[in-house]
Design a protein around this ligand. Structure first.
Ligand SMILES: *Cc1c(COP(=O)(O)O)cnc(C)c1O
Length: 387
């Protein structure tokens, strides 16, 4: 991405930064530091070292032979983010931002978490990099996700329940920003998706783009050509933007984001402002952000990253919504045909792919970004199917 665009933090009319002046100063400094290190060979060498030795990259691009035969159309490949340490793509961004935090001299890392997945990834990396770690989590969410709270504590993090507001993710984000403004000298705010005010969407995309950097090299090695489509689920949009990044300038590759039909930000949202940036957002009749409900905790967010908002408007990427029933079918199908239990989030991408693949030719190729493994969801699926 061009450095001017990185500086401005705008994707068409979306993105930007709409925050109080005290916070803006801190974000400006963060943006400068990110610009300074993102092309620094030593910094990138360190990122690659931990990507290999700690995350376990590169992960495979697995040919799904049985699934391909069953769907009867395009050849299906799975990008295996589920095989990363801690079981999803989230750790890519966490390691990248922690290395930046270290360069900036931070001793303390704070983060927000909804269901707990980003909090656990952050607590994990903080343990390894010997950083003090504080996770803000809505009080309501700490009750519903008690086991993830324990996981974070086990990893040495302090979990702060936020009772303000509705005691949900948004309130946790507000508390984390308030902490940052108070303690910016030694504290780094590690945000978990390609959302929020500049420079977060650009920074998260940068670290997650390792997904498509690898998949592009891998598909050319295996097939000698580019895929016809890349499909990923979209919550805030970080795994999808990482899976799309290196294909953005390849017009023959369709980029497809999939969201829950109960949180259809990209398929039904309107331009608006949320949490300090402009994006497509779901509003209720009063013009307030609409509560969303998804069986996949990582996709439950009324807004979406600014770059996806722009990709939707420009038409470079397509977005589709799938139902809970379709997601549950896809979850079981991958388990049974390939012996891989996918995260419910990733099952959204699979649910759409199984509708698309049969309509494509046998000489065509799709890559599905398998953003995470499904162990965390097995209990919930058990309740839904047998409960
Ligand atoms: C958090 C999460 C997501 C959604 O977040 P994005 O920023 O949209 O990628 C998707 N899949 C898994 C496995 C997750 O943990």
């Amino acid at each position: 991405m061009a450095n001017e665009q990185v500086k401005a933090g705008y994707f068409g009319e979306f993105g930007g930064s709409f925050v109080p002046p005290e916070l803006q100063e801190v974000l400006d400094y963060l943006g400068e530091q990110f610009l300074k290190y993102k092309d620094d060979p030593e910094f990138n060498e360190e990122f690659r070292y931990y990507a290999r030795e700690y995350i376990g990259r590169e992960n495979p691009l697995t040919y799904a032979r049985q699934l391909t035969a069953k769907w009867g159309g395009a050849k299906v490949y799975l990008k295996r983010e589920d095989l990363n340490h801690t079981g999803s793509h989230k750790i890519n961004n966490v390691v990248g931002q922690i290395l930046l935090a270290k360069r900036m001299g931070a001793k303390r890392v704070i983060a927000e978490t909804g269901a707990g997945q980003h909090g656990v990834a952050t607590a994990t990396a903080c343990a390894m990099f010997n950083m003090e770690c504080v996770i803000y989590m809505g009080a309501e969410d700490t009750r519903r996700q008690a086991l993830n709270v324990f996981r974070m504590e086990l990893l040495g993090a302090k979990v702060v329940p936020v009772a303000k507001g509705q005691g949900r993710l948004k309130d946790a984000v507000d508390e984390a920003f308030a902490d940052l403004v108070q303690n910016y000298k030694h504290t780094f705010y590690l945000l978990g998706s390609a959302v929020g005010p500049h420079p977060f969407p650009t920074m998260v995309r940068h670290f997650q783009s390792i997904i498509s950097e690898e998949s592009k090299r891998q598909i050319i090695e295996k097939e000698g050509r580019l895929p016809d489509a890349v499909i990923a689920c979209v919550g805030g949009g970080s795994n999808a933007i990482g899976a799309f990044a290196h294909y953005m300038d390849e017009p023959s590759v369709r980029l497809i984001g999939v969201e829950p039909d109960k949180a259809p930000t990209l398929t039904q949202g309107v331009p608006g402002e949320l949490h300090g940036f402009r994006c497509l957002v779901l509003l209720d009749e009063q013009g307030n952000p609409q509560p969303t409900y998804s069986i996949a905790p990582g996709l439950d967010y009324p807004g979406v990253g600014p770059e996806h908002s722009q990709l939707k408007l420009s038409g470079r990427a397509e977005y589709a919504a799938v139902s809970n029933e379709e997601v549950l079918e896809a979850f079981q199908e991958l388990s049974q045909t390939e012996g891989i239990i996918p995260a419910l989030e990733s099952s959204h991408a699979l649910a759409y792919a199984r509708k698309l693949a049969p309509s494509m030719g046998k000489d065509q190729i799709i890559i599905i970004n398998l953003s995470g493994r499904g162990d965390k969801d097995v209990e919930e699926v058990f309740r839904m199917l047998r409960g």
